[in-house]
Ligand binder design. Structure first.
Ligand code: KG4
Ligand code: ZN
Length: 350
């Protein structure tokens, strides 16, 4: 097949995303159209994602979003050659919606369906940017549920270098934001408040900074933020809250940057790819860019709007897997499926 079109569906958590990507056998695949619905407003009242509400909302949104993505791409459902969906990790019920719809769609079309690893989607999302990376590279995956450093030698070739032993970086942002009285999701809110604050105002721990390995730990930081916040009494001033937000962000960013540089050095790489929701953080980007520039390391990010969950990264990962020969489109399609709520990226082939 010379040129093929992939429809990608993401539904692992609180975003429904659908996109169309077109790929030739070689060259970087192109995004033709995309649509997204975030459930943030719906979950806000509960302070976090309610899985059952998430599943029901995915059901409501996925078909209209598919129509919208196809319309933007200027193509029909019948012109799709492969339907890709997020197979895991994520919320079981939410994953089942995307998987069920994608596989039924593929069966209706008589085309193939492909289950994609959500973190592989994040990791390969910089290929959708104007400045796509080249292999090999070190990837810093920083999302709401994961904080990992991976050595990436090619599509599907991921070796774990280090990861968090407790909370993820996104979780550290979210939980600290909650302490500060900010809404869900806390990361962007804490980052916004931090721009008004002094990052040196509060002394906060840099967990595992000098541990000599590439692991992370963020659970203690959240506790330290809580202790500092409680010390401020019943009515902290806006400046004190902004200072604590800035100090929290600085602690998270410093650890992420130092460990990423150590990982790049450890494997002798000269490229770093940052992906996942926390990759949208401006302070992380600025600090990493400055640190990498002095060391001759190139850093690649997804476009800002593709850092958090979306369908484009799922379609892109499917396209790159097909190009790499990891998915055989000449085989007759199979329509059995399962989802994998827990699924480590370095066990992608298990
Ligand atoms: O990758 P993602 O959309 O979902 C998961 O797969 O987990 O990441 C969501 C996480 C949340 O913890 C959110 O607070 C964080 O990414 N996040 C940010 C920013 N934007 C999103 N954290 C810090 N600064 C941001 N600008
Ligand atoms: Zn994600």
């Amino acid at each position: 097949m010379g040129c093929m079109r992939i429809l990608g569906i993401e539904s692992s958590c609180d975003e429904t995303g659908v996109a169309v990507v077109e790929a030739e056998k070689t060259g970087v695949p192109r995004l033709l159209g995309a649509s997204l619905h975030s459930q943030i407003a719906m979950h806000q009242a509960y302070g976090g994602v309610v899985p059952e509400l998430a599943s029901r909302d995915h059901i409501r949104r996925v078909l209209p979003l598919t129509d919208a993505a196809l319309a933007e791409a200027g193509c029909t459902l019948e012109s799709i050659d492969l339907v890709a969906f997020t197979r895991g990790p994520g919320l079981a019920g939410a994953l089942l919606v995307g998987a069920g719809v994608a596989v039924s769609m593929a069966a209706g079309l008589g085309k193939s369906a492909m289950g994609v690893h959500h973190l592989e989607g994040h990791l390969l999302s910089p290929f959708l940017s104007a400045d796509p990376p080249e292999f090999p590279f070190v990837a810093l995956l920083v999302s709401g549920g994961h904080t990992q450093l991976m050595a990436v030698t090619g599509v599907g070739d991921y070796a774990l270098l280090g990861e968090t032993i407790d909370d993820a970086a996104g979780e550290a942002f979210d939980k600290s934001a909650k302490v500060l009285g900010l809404g869900y999701p806390g990361g962007p809110a804490l980052a916004a408040l931090a721009t008004q604050g002094d990052a040196n105002a509060f002394k906060l721990p840099r967990p595992l900074l000098h541990s000599g390995d590439l692991d992370f730990s963020f659970a203690g930081l959240k506790t330290a933020v809580m202790v500092q916040f409680n010390k401020l009494g019943d009515a902290p001033t806006p400046q004190q809250r902004a200072d604590l937000a800035a100090s929290t962000q600085a602690a998270i960013v410093e650890v992420l940057v130092k460990k990423s540089l150590a990982a790049v050095k450890a494997v002798g790489a000269n490229r770093l790819v940052v992906a996942g929701g926390v990759g949208a953080n401006r302070s992380l980007r600025q600090t990493l860019n400055a640190a990498c520039a002095t060391r001759g390391v190139r850093v690649h990010y997804p476009e800002l709007d593709l850092c958090t969950d979306n369908g484009a990264m799922i379609a892109m990962a499917a396209a790159l897997r097909w190009q790499a020969g990891l998915f055989d489109l000449t085989q007759p399609p199979a329509y059995g499926f399962e989802v994998r709520p827990r699924w480590p990226l370095d066990a992608i082939d298990d």
